[in-house]
Design a protein around this ligand. Structure first.
Ligand SMILES: [Zn+2]
Length: 668
């Protein structure tokens, strides 16, 4: 046995798949992933070969090296699946992601590795190491490692089937865009730059796709109800019918896994190692949310319906496809606020610079633009420094591109490990801009999304100096992951901060305080109803995984739940379940967003509103939460930062803020 156990493992020469040609060539990508998987196997073989008493040094060290190689391969296959220009490379990246995921599920059922880890004496270890071992052993037991060989083989094939179905489901959404056509007249109400980008063809028809930047403005601004409804149906059927049967099979496969492991439902299994603990606890939480938002939502709906009737006499009800439009009209009127009016103050480059500076001050780090290149010329690279020391790197791939996915996400690129790897992470987004001459004027919500994703990014970077790869960055319980992102969103509502980077892209004028106050009043209106949309998604995600999937009536369930939580008229033909992408990653645990919102708002309430960026809370938060990565349970991090468990008081203030405002309801 060599002195350094990791010396037994192939050293990773090139940690960036694209620098090994993996962004241009499917073969190169496959070879790169193959080398990582080989190193993974070598680490496991070395671990199993240890013939001395098991210790973290001779066993956990090798297990963690195996995890590190797996996450390196998985992260970058995932990134390239989202961004590679060449379809052949994206297809290969998907296969590679599948290969990595299968290696992961094989590891999760590897009895020899489990026995080796369980045999370690961890008495004198640090708390993070103990936590790592405890958590790993728990997830082994939840995977069924203690079942007999035949059962383990069966479980593995079920996991592989679920992985394959999940990838297909996501892929169908990614590639399943639809288009609709409209006449120029039907585009009334849409912003001028949108119209400029959507010129009628020779027959006078305008083609509009279901991609976010095309779809969202139609749903918000188009005054033609028929157009909104056509877009709504196209958008909500973009992966239908193909994803209906895939989802049915996926739900059945997950339930079968739960059955084999002795759990009543997949939801109980998937929450067992989370902060939430069980499906029953999730329902208790949902009941509290329902309670906290019901009255506010009732008032909002009343205001919207009354307003819509005053504008359109004879209107009897508002349907799903018109909710966004009437909200926008109401906000313009009641708050004298047009969400288009702030866009000139938020050109992309300025927002980027502003967010970077905000985060740098808050977390006491420095970002320097790097000469390095990413997987595409459009990617910009930044190095992160702390007191002159290089502590991480991130990649910003921020605008739409042919073949790139249509989402907004933060992804690890290299999992940071103290003394071994610098943490690297990426934002993969689809914000306006990126074309020469296009200033990329962003909407309010775009900027909020940018803050959100940057919160994830900071978690990956600042949490990337743990001793173990398996504890690095996002490696908290899955249902704690949306705390840092939603916490950072709140900073965007600060007036001083907004004025610090909201400047008119042509005149340089600072975003006027009065517009900010109107914008905040307008954006806080509709929170209760918005939360009930979340409750609807959350309950759907839970219900689909907490009942017998045999003969499941997907159409019936979505309609029933929508009608229970939302006052707007259901539109028949809406197949949103077929494009509810979070069903693959979150499965039953979509409650994560709402659960973490409650925690994030409580966290944000600890910051001094007069001194958000430079007060003491920023450093304390960074130490107690971000830097920990997954070194301790989320429950402990909450208590470390708050000095208690989270409660609903900050959430209740947030959801009712709109009714405190003297502007609310004064329809002009
Ligand atoms: Zn997020």
């Amino acid at each position: 046995m060599p002195a350094d156990p990791i010396a037994a493992v192939t050293i990773c020469e090139e940690i960036h798949a694209w620098e090994a040609g993996g962004a241009e060539s499917a073969e190169a990508l496959s070879a790169w992933v193959g080398t990582r998987l080989q190193a993974h196997e070598e680490a496991l073989a070395a671990l199993l070969a240890v013939d001395r008493p098991r210790t973290p040094e001779n066993t956990l060290r090798l297990y963690d090296a195996a995890i590190e190689q797996l996450s390196l391969a998985g992260s970058q296959a995932g990134v390239l699946n989202s961004v590679a220009a060449d379809k052949a490379v994206r297809d290969q990246a998907q296969l590679e992601a599948q290969r990595v995921s299968m290696a992961g599920s094989a590891l999760s059922l590897n009895r020899g590795v489990y026995d080796a880890l369980a045999a370690m004496n961890i008495g004198g270890c640090s708390p993070p190491t103990k936590h790592y071992v405890d958590r790993t052993l728990l997830s082994y037991r939840l995977a069924g490692v203690d079942k007999d060989d035949a059962t383990r083989a069966h479980l593995q094939s079920l996991h592989e089937k679920a992985t394959k179905l999940s990838l297909e489901f996501s892929r169908n959404i990614q590639e399943g865009g639809k288009t609709i056509t409209a006449t120029a007249d039907e585009l009334a109400g849409l912003p001028a730059d949108y119209l400029a980008r959507h010129q009628p063809d020779i027959e006078g028809k305008v083609t509009i796709s279901t991609d976010q930047p095309d779809m969202q403005p139609v749903m918000t601004f188009a005054s033609d109800a028929g157009l909104r409804q056509r877009m709504f149906l196209a958008y909500n059927t973009r992966a239908y019918p193909q994803n209906k049967s895939i989802l049915e099979q996926l739900l059945a496969t997950r339930q079968e896994i739960a059955d084999v492991l002795g759990f009543r439902s997949w939801a109980d299994l998937a929450t067992a190692d989370q902060m939430m603990g069980s499906a029953a606890n999730a329902r208790v939480f949902l009941d509290k949310l329902d309670e906290a938002s019901r009255e506010g939502a009732r008032r909002e709906t009343e205001m919207i319906v009354e307003f819509a009737r005053s504008r359109q006499p004879g209107l009897t009800e508002i349907d799903q496809s018109s909710r966004g439009y009437w909200y926008e009209q109401y906000r313009r009127s009641a708050f004298d606020f047009d969400s288009q009016s702030v866009r000139p103050y938020f050109p992309y480059a300025q927002v980027e610079a502003g967010i970077l500076e905000t985060a740098a001050r808050l977390f006491k780090v420095e970002f320097r633009r790097s000469e390095r290149r990413g997987w595409d010329p459009a990617v910009s690279v930044f190095e992160v420094y702390e007191e002159g020391k290089h502590v991480g790197r991130f990649y910003l791939d921020m605008h739409p591109r042919e073949g790139k996915d249509k989402w907004f996400s933060a992804a690890p690129v290299v999992t940071g490990v103290r003394g071994r790897y610098l943490p690297e992470a990426a934002l993969i987004c689809n914000f306006p801009g990126g074309e020469p001459g296009d200033p990329g004027l962003m909407q309010y919500n775009d900027v909020v999304t940018f803050f959100h994703e940057f919160g994830h990014l900071m978690h990956a970077i600042l949490g990337g100096r743990t001793e173990w790869a398996g504890l690095s960055g996002f490696a908290t319980e899955g249902d704690f992951v949306e705390v840092p992102s939603q916490m950072l969103e709140e900073f965007f509502r600060d007036e001083k901060l907004l004025q610090f980077f909201g400047r008119h892209y042509q005149t340089g004028e600072v975003l006027p305080g009065e517009i900010i106050r109107k914008m905040k009043a307008a954006s806080s209106f509709g929170r209760a109803d918005g939360m009930r949309t979340q409750i609807y998604y959350t309950t759907l995600s839970l219900d689909l995984h907490d009942r017998d999937p045999k003969g499941i009536d997907l159409d019936g369930i979505v309609k029933e739940l929508y009608t229970k939580f939302q006052p707007w008229k259901w539109i028949d033909g809406n197949r949103m379940y077929a494009s509810f992408g979070h069903l693959t990653g979150y499965s039953s645990n979509y409650y994560t967003y709402a659960f973490d919102k409650v925690i994030a708002l409580d966290f944000f309430a600890q910051f001094d509103p007069e001194n958000l960026l430079d007060g003491e809370a920023g450093s304390r938060y960074r130490k107690a939460v971000l830097e920990q990565g997954g070194s301790k349970p989320g429950r402990e991090m909450v208590r470390d930062f708050l000095g208690r468990d989270e409660d609903f008081s900050a959430f209740a203030r947030w959801i009712n803020e709109e009714f405190e405002n003297e502007l609310a309801g004064t329809v002009r």
